[in-house]
Design a protein around this ligand. Structure first.
Ligand code: ATR
Length: 273
């Protein structure tokens, strides 16, 4: 079997080994996929060891995505712009290559699994950290009418607007604080890590209209803090990041193996865990 792994710190709660073994059995690909904890001070050593042992590909998670991006010899276009990598492999010439499948995973989950139309949509994106940077390019590629990036630290959101303005084409791209948005959006995506502390971006309930789709990029067994808030405000279309997690994995699997697994049964199976 060809060897793959997810590397992070901590890593014991990662769902990636389960997701990829479901992909392997579904597709019949000869893939073995494990979890690797890299020491915080020696991510590069763990990566080099893994490939020296014959490893074929790595997924990278918290807190190493930016380091993976820096470490790579070359990057795909989408990874370049994301400033972070969640997928590593060696290309035909042996160069360590970085890719980022997170944004594709989000777009795929929204459009295919939840039937959301992104073209011409008015999107409010909360947060301006690494997670958000990774999804802006793929969202803009769907040609929404507008993409508003709201963040606690407004300057960070403004920096992202500057960075992605060349990719905005017809989309109205702007930055603001949480206090500004005050009317219904078609889609509100939470990409802050506030939920991790059980915290909530201080957002007006007016951003939620009758048809607004709410998406938390976070996933946990219980309804996330953000999604619970949205439900309490009467939101009717509320989704968490489990689908994104499986879709980004499927895209990595496709990059490595040339086969994109069917994600629907895998999402269902994880939901029932
Ligand atoms: P990640 O890789 O998860 O994006 P990050 O780069 O540290 O991690 O970014 C975290 C994001 O969550 C930021 O947008 C951060 O806001 P600031 O840029 O103002 O720091 C946001 N965030 C974290 N905790 C938050 C909280 N309690 N309330 C609101 N936003 C929060």
């Amino acid at each position: 079997n060809d060897l793959y792994a997810v590397v992070g710190n901590p890593i014991s709660h990662s769902k990636s080994p389960r997701i990829h073994s479901l992909f392997a059995s579904q597709t019949g690909e000869a893939v073995e996929y494990t979890a690797l904890q890299a020491p915080l001070a020696d991510f590069a050593g763990s990566v080099h060891d893994f490939f020296a042992r014959g490893g074929k590909g790595l997924n990278v998670t918290i807190p190493f995505k930016e380091e993976a991006w820096r470490l790579a010899d070359c990057r795909t276009e989408r990874a370049e712009k994301a400033g972070a990598a969640n997928t590593l492999y060696r290309d035909e010439s042996g160069k360590l290559t970085a890719d980022n499948t997170d944004g594709q995973g989000l777009v795929q989950d929204l459009t295919r699994n939840h039937g959301v139309t992104l073209a011409k949509a008015r999107i409010l994106l909360l947060g301006a950290g690494g997670a958000v940077r990774g999804v802006i390019g793929p969202l803009l590629a769907q040609h929404p009418a507008s993409l508003t990036i709201a963040n606690r630290t407004v300057a960070r959101a403004e920096g992202l607007v500057q960075l992605f303005t060349p990719d905005a084409h017809g989309t109205e791209l702007s930055a603001c604080g949480f206090d500004q948005p005050d009317e219904p959006y078609d889609l509100v995506i939470n990409g802050t890590s506030a939920s991790l502390q059980g915290d909530l971006p201080p957002l007006s309930a007016n951003v939620i209209g009758a048809d607004t789709v709410i998406y938390d990029m976070m996933y946990s067994l219980q309804t996330t803090t953000f999604n619970q808030w949205a439900l309490d405000q009467g939101a009717r279309h509320v989704f968490d990041g489990l689908g994104m997690l499986v879709e980004q994995a499927a895209e990595s699997f496709r990059v490595w193996r040339g086969v994109r697994p069917d994600t629907v049964p895998v999402i269902e199976e994880l939901r029932n865990d």
